[in-house]
Structure formats: C-alpha cells, structure tokens
Design a protein around this ligand. Structure first.
Ligand code: COA
Length: 398
C-alpha cells in the first residue's frame, strides 16, 4: 500500500438544454403532472439533443471538473465512466472521453452497475489511488436514458432523464477523502429492472422488449418491487458504511442518494431516524439520470452551499442488477480560483486535442496506404476493380 488517500478535488456536471416537463409527457402517455409529482417528486427532466451522446455529455462534465480542480488533462491517469447507455460496447465511452480531453496518459474503461455505477466507480478509483497504481482519476457518471425508454410505458418513461456528472480524485498523504465504501449485488432480482444489450436475444419477434416500431431495446421495470427493495437497502447500507468509517448519524452532514424517487428517500430517512432534510434532492428538475444522478446532485449541493470543509458526506446508490452501494467521504478540499483567461485557454486545449486526434486518424490512413496495407475502403475499391477486370477477361475469351 502506498498510504495515499483519495480526495475529491474537482466536480462538474452537464445537463442537456432541452427540458421535458411532466405536462409534455402527459401529451404522450396517460398521466398527469399531479400524479408524477405526488408519486415521484419529479417535475421535469433533460433530454439529449440530436448532436449529443453519452460521451459528449461525459466530456462536458469531465472538462468542468478538471477546471475546478485546476488539473491538466495529461495529469489524469485513469478514467472510469459509469454508464448503462454507452453508444457502443466498445470502444468504451471512457476511451472517447479520453480522446476528447486529450488525456494521453490515462487508462480508460466503462463500468456497468446501473444506478449504483458511480459509487462503484468511485470506490474502484479510490482503491487504485490507495494501491499506488493511479494518482489522478476522473470518475464520471453519464447517461442518455431517453434513448432506451419505451415512451409508451407510463411506468418508466416518466422517471428518467439524461445528463452527466464527474469528479476528479487525487492521491495525497493527508488523511481524509474517501473513508469507506460498501458494494453489494443480488442477481436474483435481475428481472426486476432490466435493459437488454444489443444481441441479448437472437430472435427479435420472440423478445418482448423488442418493440414492433423497430426501436431496439428498452427498459422494463417492476416499479413496486424496486420501490420495496430500495427502501430496505438504502438504510441498511448507509448504516453499514457509517460503521466502517466509525461514524454515528450525528457525524454525517449530508447524504446524497441516487435520485430515483422522493418517497424512497423519505422512507429511508425514517428507517435511519435521520431528518429528511439531511438528504440532498434535486430530482424535481433532473429526474432519475441513473449513474449520473449522484455526481450531478453533488454539484448542485456544492452550488447550494450544502457542504462545508470537513463535512462527512455519504453517497448511496441502488438500481438494476440488483446492485446497491455507499461511500463515506470527508469533504476537505477548497478548489483554487480559476480566471476567465485560464478557462478560455483550457477550452482551446480540447479543440487542439480533437485536431490531434483527427491528424492521428489521417496519419494511420496515409501510413497504411504507403506501407501497402490498404484501408477497408481501398480494399473494397481493389476488389471491385479486380472483379471488373476478370469479367472483361471472360467476355474477351468468350
Ligand atoms: N401516471 C398515472 N397513473 C399511473 C402511472 C403514471 N405514470 N404509472 C402507473 N400508474 C397507475 C397504475 O396503472 C396503477 O393503476 P391501477 O391501480 O388502476 O392499476 C396505479 O397507478 C398504481 O400503480 P403502481 O405501480 O402501484 O404505482 P406506484 O405508486 O408504485 O408508483 C412508480 C409507480 C413507478 C412511481 C413507483 O413504483 C416507483 O417509483 N418505483 C421505484 C422505481 C424506481 O425508482 N426505479 C429506478 C430505480 S434505480
């Protein structure tokens, strides 16, 4: 062990500009603003636009977190993106973010633990820092849930939204930062909340989650069972992680739960005998953004002045898998001030990173042409040319 503690030194969020209100959803499915507000606490959510992807949302959040931390992208040596909505299984969304940032010294991978993903990723990155294999890690939760929803299912389409949140973790010999984590899973509840992968069923007609309109795969959920599961595990794992960190409920300044449903949080607060005001909620305006919800809520909590130096804060996530997880963190870093010109220069850096990336792609095409190992397009052209030649040869012979 390297005796390093993982401290959060930067945070950032990105929500797409397009707002979808409950009223707008009530024009698509049979529901109402009153029903959604009363049962969930959600009033509106954000939906990604045509040019936005999970990777672009993640990049925006990560760039803002690096800015707060005053960390150059090349200092980052690990990027983990917790997501259930990557555009591709590979490349990982984290690799795309690494490229957009120009973090040329970083390893990058995605982590799949549904709505618990951010807490899992935070724990993995913190362990990497404690073990000495990483010094500066970017932990991101990013989702485009709107693209995997069945917009005819009023039980699920009212709940979810899109967005991304990120934190920068840095190793330091100063005790503090991430104090303890607990991670859990119960795969026997796999059917309660499910998002099939691209080729999970070879026969679309036999797969109930493959809708007739050609939309590939969507989320299915047993709302009541998930509600029951969540109210149980949130209180259990919060108690467990407090015990690990040797804290009592009075030592905890703030709990940032996964933003799924205000009633779940009220029930958990009651079980823990903690005032519900100690739980931070922003789901009224962001909805459930799955793995992104905790880091987005963290940014909003900081903005709202809900965290002071040396506060103990608990993150608690739960969701598909089933999975659930909690971490305790000592909030102990005051970020350095960043001037407008520094901010502008940093934005330029990402334009340069994209240009470099394009140049590398072009360089690869050129070198494969020069070395005689053709690109797939060149191979196709050669094959067509040879086919034409052999056809005209046959004609001549005939
Ligand atoms: N608008 C209006 N009525 C709705 C509705 C909607 N969007 N969704 C369901 N209903 C109806 C049902 O059809 C049912 O009608 P019925 O009594 O005539 O059959 C009634 O409301 C009650 O349904 P029920 O499923 O028991 O509602 P609920 O109080 O459990 O609320 C959820 C539904 C989805 C809001 C709630 O179960 C929930 O939040 N579960 C947890 C989900 C979650 O957090 N998932 C993510 C975890 S990461």
């Amino acid at each position: 062990m390297s005796n390093q503690y993982a401290h959060i030194i930067g945070w950032g969020k990105y929500l797409p500009p397009r707002v979808v209100t409950n009223e707008e959803i009530s024009r698509i499915v049979d529901t109402s603003d009153e029903w959604i507000m009363a049962r969930t606490g959600i009033r509106e959510r954000r939906i990604a636009g045509p040019g936005e992807t999970t990777a672009t949302l993640a990049f925006e959040a990560a760039a803002r977190a690096l800015e707060v931390a005053d960390v150059h992208p090349s200092e980052v040596d690990l990027i983990i993106v917790a997501t259930s909505t990557p555009e591709t299984i590979f490349p990982a969304t984290a690799s795309l973010v690494q490229d957009y940032l120009g973090s040329r010294n970083a390893g990058a991978f995605d982590l799949s633990a549904a709505c618990s993903g951010f807490v899992y990723a935070l724990s993995m990155a913190s362990n990497a820092i404690s073990a000495g294999s990483s010094q500066v890690a970017l932990v991101i939760g990013a989702e485009t849930m709107s693209r995997v929803l069945d917009w005819q299912d009023r039980g699920t389409c009212i709940l979810f939204g899109d967005g991304a949140g990120a934190v920068v973790l840095k190793g330091s010999s100063v005790p503090g930062g991430l104090l303890a984590s607990s991670l859990r899973s119960d795969g026997s509840g796999a059917d309660l909340l499910r998002l099939p992968a691209v080729y999970s069923s070879p026969v679309p007609g036999l797969d109930p989650t493959f809708s007739a309109n050609g939309h590939p795969r969507t989320i299915t959920m047993n709302g009541r069972q998930i509600f029951r599961f969540a109210t149980q595990v949130v209180s259990d794992i919060v108690e467990e992680v407090m015990e690990k960190a040797d804290l009592t409920p009075d030592d905890v300044a703030l709990i940032i739960p996964h933003q799924a449903n205000a009633r779940i949080v009220e029930a958990a607060a009651k079980k823990l005998k903690m005032p519900v005001e100690r739980f931070f909620l922003n789901l009224e305006h962001a909805g459930n953004t799955s793995a992104a919800s905790i880091p987005i809520a963290l940014c909003d909590a900081v903005e709202a002045g809900r965290l002071a130096p040396n506060d103990n804060v608990i993150f608690v996530g739960f969701g598909g898998g089933l999975t659930w997880a909690a971490s305790v963190l000592k909030w102990d870093v005051t970020p350095p001030p960043v001037s407008l010109s520094q901010r502008q220069w940093r934005r330029m850096r990402y334009v340069i990173a994209r240009t470099r990336s394009r140049l590398r792609q072009t360089g690869r095409s050129v070198s494969s042409m020069v070395s005689g190992s053709p690109t797939p397009e060149a191979r196709m052209r050669d094959a067509e040319r040879n086919e034409k030649k052999s056809r005209s040869k046959k004609k001549r012979k005939a």
